[in-house]
Every structure is written in C-alpha cells, then in structure tokens.
Design a protein around this ligand. Structure first.
Ligand code: AMP
Ligand code: MG
Length: 415
C-alpha cells in the first residue's frame, strides 16, 4: 500500500503543463494566467474628477465666509469622455462630470451639491481643501506595474483590473480536454428504465462536471465490462484528449476491464492507496497519448479520487500555482468510524461559524456507495490514517467545495 501523498506525487510527476494560448479577455474567465499581466497604461489613465461638480483652483475658495460666497465664471463644460483641456484662470471654473479629465490648470473639484449649479457663473458657499475630489493618474497602479501573477486564476475581478490597465489579450494555459469513460455492464443512461441488476450511470455526470469546474473541457462515454469494448472506447478519444478518466473496473473483480486491459503493461500502473474510500487506483499515460486515471467505480470513491488526484493534475496541466484547496481545521460535531491504517476522505456537511463544525454527509459515517448522500456534502474531511474513531469535538481538517447559497441549501444552523 502507498500513501495518498505518494500517489499524488507520482500523478503530478507524470503530469506536464500544456501549451499556452492567447485569448481575448472576454474568453479568459477561469483560465490560468501564463505570464504576469503588466499594466500598459496607468490606472486611472488621466487625472480626473471624482464627482459631478466644478473644476477650479483651490486658491479661489480662500475668501469664502458664511456671509460671502465666492462666484466663479464658468468657462467650459467637460463631460466624461471629453478630451478638452481648457485653461482655468483665476476666478474661473469648468463644469465637470465624474470621470472627465481634470484640466491641467485646475487642482480641485467642488461637488455640485456645494454650489448653486450655475452654468454661466457658479456660486460656492463652502471651501474645501486643495486636491479634494480629484483622482490622480496612476494612483491605483502605475504603467509597468504588475496587475496579476502567472499561475493565478482569471476571475471577473482580475479580468476587470487587467482590462483597466490597457491590456486586451492574455496568455493562458490551454484548457485540458478530458473524456470520462464509465465502465460496467450494469450501467444505464440516467433516467432510463432499469431492470433488476442495473443502475443509472452517475459517474459520467459527476466526473465530467467536476472536471469542467476544474477548468477542463469534458465529454462522457461508456463501455461495458468487456476489455475489447473498453479498448474501443479509449480509441474513440485517445487522439482528441489530454486526460482519460475511466471509472470502475480497477479492482480485483473477475470482470474488471481496466485491470484486464492494462495490467502487466507499462503504460498504466495499479496501486493500492491507503485511503478510504478509493483504495484501488490506476494511473499512467498512453504512448504519445493522454494521461489515464482509473478510478474505483463506487461514486463516492470516484468523487474522493477526483478531489485528491485528478483535480490537482488538471490544475497542473493548466499551470495553476495552487493545485488543491488548502484544508482548514474544524471540529467533528458527532462520532464516526474510520478505518485504521488508511486516510479517510469523507463527504461532510460544513457549518461555518466562529469555529467550523462538520458532520458526515451520510448519517452514520462513510460508505462509498452512498451516492444520494453526496448531494448533502459541502466538501470533505480528512482523517489521519492512525485514527479509528472520530469523536465529537475532535479536530479534523476539511475542504469546503461549495458555499451553502451556491449549493442551493437553505442557510443551515449549526448542528
Ligand atoms: P467497480 O469499481 O467497477 O467494481 O464498481 C464498484 C461499484 O460502483 C459497483 O457497485 C458499481 O455498480 C458501482 N459503479 C461503477 N460505475 C458506476 C457508475 N458509473 N455510476 C454508478 N455506479 C457505478
Ligand atoms: Mg464495474
């Protein structure tokens, strides 16, 4: 048996970054930035007005008293988008809108509310300090400064920042192409009538959508338990994908096709990983072809295996600096059993308050076949291999995958 860390290390050692591609910002959301984004222009690009009001020289406000307002001559009108740069002399002002460039000869903007709003001349009753309501060119970032780091995910926020810095295209890691092949004679399409012995294929949906969330472009296929059928399915995809994820058929059953097809060869290796669920794991690479993951077929095992091994590999292919979510400590809210000698990765409900609390998503603990309970999981808990029973109040490490509101749950009170 090998540890989870050892298996992950092997997986990552066998996983190389894909090529980069150049994309317009509008297509780059969620992608991994390949090179630092360097500001082409200052942010903001021009010294401009922070308010609708009047651009003026602060010296002209010096004489304001309660009983004697100042009156300035309005010599220009500067809307947003204007390139005007009128000369503002003593006792003069320009009407200016938010975002419009401040005339070079002005130094202050008096908000509309502190004036009489005049268009030929304007009366001002309140003095404000020099420089007020002025946004300086480059005040947020100077041209040439770093806006986003390579290896980071392009979010709506970072893309907006990059756009503001005058950049229109970014170099990103290519999107991994992935095919999921679910194996098993018992599997039928979701929603199909089942006869005795059959079950709906849930792994196809599960793995392909998890892969999409991790940045891959995923398709789903299926093969029965005849190794020749699996081979044909692999051939349908091997040229077109970077990653093949095969679910089921990796253990010691009499009809396990992944084992039958690859065992003894040198492209895919089979390991027993000290993890519960998800002990049997296969990983390798087809000659001149895609990475191959063989995950155990039980849906919770496939889910756990995806989180622990496939997701980090997909992120590495794209060039992300961080390959998986950092676990956060939490308290167990009840007791549950865990096998000694294997790290338990258990789907949990997570309650975030002053201290994070967790409960197994399936009441009573883990069960790799408990796919319906997976619908209640917010994430997973990691329980050390030496532990035999988790007791209420014990500290466990946890990874949250989704927030309750994103997850369609009512906000839940603590257990
Ligand atoms: P296997 O890993 O092929 O031995 O399958 C282990 C268990 O997972 C069996 O109960 C299978 O019926 C079930 N299983 C395998 N593949 C799937 C799938 N794609 N969807 C749902 N259950 C599956
Ligand atoms: Mg099977």
């Amino acid at each position: 048996m090998i540890t989870v860390e050892e298996h992950l290390k092997r997986v990552l050692a066998g996983t190389a970054r894909l090529e980069n591609e150049l994309l317009p910002l509008s297509e780059a959301r969620g992608r991994c930035l390949a090179e630092a984004a360097i500001a082409e222009i200052p942010v903001p690009p021009w010294t401009n007005s922070a308010m609708d009001g009047y651009a003026l020289r602060a010296d002209d406000l010096a004489g304001i008293r309660d009983d004697s307002p100042v009156v300035l001559k309005v010599v220009a009108d500067i809307p947003a988008g204007s390139k005007l740069n009128p000369e503002i002399g003593p006792a003069e002002a320009a009407r200016i809108m938010t975002g419009a460039p401040l005339p070079d000869s002005a130094d202050t903007v008096i908000p509309h509310e502190l004036t009489d709003g005049g268009t030929a001349q304007v009366e001002i009753r309140e003095a404000i300090p020099r420089g007020r309501h002025v946004r300086l060119a480059g005040e947020d970032r100077e041209a040439g400064s770093r806006i986003a780091e390579p290896g980071s995910e392009l979010t709506p926020e970072s893309l907006a920042a990059i756009a503001s810095a005058g950049i229109g295209q970014v170099k990103v890691g290519a999107r991994p192409r992935l095919a999921v092949i679910s194996t098993g004679n018992e599997l039928v399409e979701p929603g199909a009538q089942i006869r005795r012995g059959q079950i709906p294929d849930s792994n196809g949906l599960l793995v392909s959508f998890l892969a999409a969330d991790a940045g891959a472009a995923a398709t789903v296929d299926h093969a029965g338990d005849d190794p020749a059928e699996l081979e044909a399915a692999i051939d349908r995809h091997r040229e077109a994908v970077d990653v093949l994820v095969i679910t089921g058929g990796v253990s010691v059953g009499a009809f396990d096709p992944v084992k039958a097809l690859f065992e003894g060869g040198d492209s895919v290796r089979f390991d027993r990983v000290a993890m519960q669920p998800g002990k049997p794991q296969a990983f390798g690479r087809l000659a001149e072809g895609p990475l191959v993951f063989g995950l155990p077929g039980n849906p919770v095992s496939a889910w756990v295996s995806f989180q622990m091994f496939v997701r980090p590999a997909l992120r590495k292919l794209q060039g992300f600096t961080s390959l998986n979510t950092e676990p956060v400590p939490a308290r167990a809210a009840e007791d549950w059993n865990t096998p000694k000698g294997r790290m338990q990765v258990i789907p949990v409900r997570i309650f975030d308050g002053e201290e994070r609390q967790v409960l197994p998503a399936a009441s009573g603990g883990s069960g790799s076949h408990l796919i319906a309970s997976l619908a209640d999981a917010d994430g997973y808990a990691l329980v050390d291999a030496e532990v035999e029973r988790v007791r209420a109040g014990d500290r466990v490490m946890t990874v949250r995958l989704r927030d309750p509101e994103q997850f369609n749950h009512k906000k839940r009170s603590t257990p």
